[in-house]
Design a protein around this ligand. Structure first.
Ligand SMILES: [Zn+2]
Length: 115
C-alpha cells in the first residue's frame, strides 16, 4: 500500500461505501448487533485506508473507545450537558462529548488532527 493523497474520486467512493456500511449497521442492529459492529470496523478500515474521515452524521454513531455501533435508546443514551452533546456508550461506559455549538475553526482542526 502506497502512502499519500488519493484522487478525489477514490475518496468519494470510500465515503459512499462508509455511508452504505453505516446504513446497514443501523438496519441490522436490532437483530444482529454483532454485524453492526463489524460494519463499523470495515468503515474505519476504509477511513484509514483512504485517509479520509468518517462522514459526520455517522461519526457519533459508534463508540470511539470500544468501536461498537451506537443505537440511541438501545445501547447508548444522548444527553445535553453544558452546551455539549454527551453520548454514553452503554457497552463500555465511555462518554463522548461533542460541542453543541461548534465553531468552524475547531471543526476543521478536528478533521485533520487524527493523523
Ligand atoms: Zn464503548
Amino acid at each position: 500500500m502506497s502512502r499519500g493523497k488519493r484522487p478525489s474520486w477514490m475518496i468519494e467512493i470510500a465515503i459512499e461505501r462508509m455511508n452504505i456500511l453505516f446504513e446497514n449497521a443501523e438496519k441490522q442492529f436490532i437483530k444482529h448487533p454483532e454485524r453492526s459492529n463489524r460494519y463499523v470496523e470495515l468503515a474505519q478500515k476504509l477511513s484509514m485506508k483512504y485517509n479520509t474521515s468518517i462522514p459526520e452524521q455517522w461519526s457519533r454513531r459508534f463508540c470511539k473507545n470500544c468501536n461498537c455501533f451506537l443505537y440511541p435508546g438501545h445501547n447508548s443514551s444522548v444527553r445535553l450537558f453544558n452546551e455539549s452533546v454527551n453520548i454514553l456508550c452503554e457497552e463500555c461506559g465511555h462518554i463522548m462529548k461533542i460541542p453543541y455549538r461548534r465553531e468552524k475553526k475547531n471543526k476543521r482542526r478536528a478533521k485533520y488532527e487524527s493523523k
